[in-house]
Design a protein. Structure first.
Length: 305
């Protein structure tokens, strides 16, 4: 007899991970709960937040109020362009548990070992650095060092982690976000690195998909994995896709559709507009000083300036 009844497997996908949140909202409304989860890259964030008991809309709002620039640590060019320290710090701030073994729902985080050239399934240890390892896109991020080994994005070898939970589950529902969309060529180091990573991730998805009992393929091809301005749209895409497939599979709704409130990132003032505002303030101060000076001259000389 299997240890768990239902397991969720979440693929990677960067900002597209907001679509996982929408699908989880649909599962909630249809009364489908996971007993165990596994995730790769952005999917590892969704998996550990879900396992922590965080509501789907709250997950989405964590994406919506985030800026990728805040997750990139500047460093000397080594194994990656950016350091993962800001990412680890952010993950510690949003995941309400410290270690994987403490989570109310068992979770597996998938990363790729550079030394051994194989996939690594983490189910114990501190959550934040292991999720950061799973999210460490090659070249973009410095590999994450854990227990003497260096790890990069789990999507290099397993972007849809059905295998870690297949043998212990009666049923696995897999959520996939990667598609082979056509995009313009970008003649930059990061552009080439990100495109190659995306294609690597895509190449290993279908083998894992065949091992799932239910495969939900969420079409996010029109959206960038590095643009966090479309979180609400991606949430609805994930939600609508999951609802459609659940209905087709014979599931019935147990809760009415919820009215959800999405958070929005505060817009930073336009740089030019900010400079104009500062210039206007300086002009006003200068005018005030001129008037004050003229008043002093008038009082000292008894003449109007």
């Amino acid at each position: 007899m299997k240890q768990y009844k239902i397991g969720f497997a979440f693929s990677g996908g960067g900002a597209k991970g907001a679509a996982h949140c929408g699908a989880l909202q649909a599962f909630h409304e249809y009364g489908i709960k996971a007993d165990v989860v596994a995730g790769t890259s952005a999917g590892s964030i969704a998996a550990t937040l879900y396992a922590s008991g965080v509501a789907p809309i709250d997950m989405a709002n964590m994406f919506a109020t985030l800026d990728f620039k805040d997750l990139l640590g500047v460093q000397k060019l080594r194994g990656g362009i950016f350091d993962t320290k800001p990412l680890v710090k952010h993950l510690r701030s949003i995941i309400p548990y410290q270690n994987l073994e403490e989570l109310p729902i068992p979770a597996t985080v998938v990363a790729t070992s550079l030394e051994r050239g194989c996939v690594k399934f983490f189910s114990e240890g501190e959550i934040a650095p292991r999720v950061a390892a799973s999210c460490s896109i090659p070249i973009v991020y410095q590999p994450q060092k854990l227990e003497g080994e260096h790890y990069v994005d789990g999507g290099v070898l397993m972007n849809l982690p059905v295998t870690p939970i297949r043998d212990c589950c009666e049923k696995v529902i897999a959520l996939n976000l990667h598609h082979a969309e056509v995009i313009p060529y970008k003649d930059r180091l990061t552009g080439v690195a990100l495109r190659c990573s995306a294609l690597m991730f895509l190449s290993n998805v279908m083998m894992e998909a065949t091992r799932a009992d239910t495969f939900i393929n969420i079409d996010t091809s029109a959206y960038s994995a590095y643009d966090l301005s479309k979180v609400e749209t991606l949430f609805h895409i994930g939600y609508n896709t999951a609802v459609k497939q659940l209905e087709e599979a014979g599931y019935t709704r147990v809760l009415p559709a919820e009215k959800l409130t999405f958070a929005h990132k505060e817009k930073k003032p336009d740089a030019v507009a900010e400079l104009k505002l500062k210039a206007q303030e300086m002009i006003q101060k200068s005018e005030a000083l001129r008037v004050a000076a003229a008043d002093l001259v008038s009082k000292a000389t008894g003449k109007k300036a």
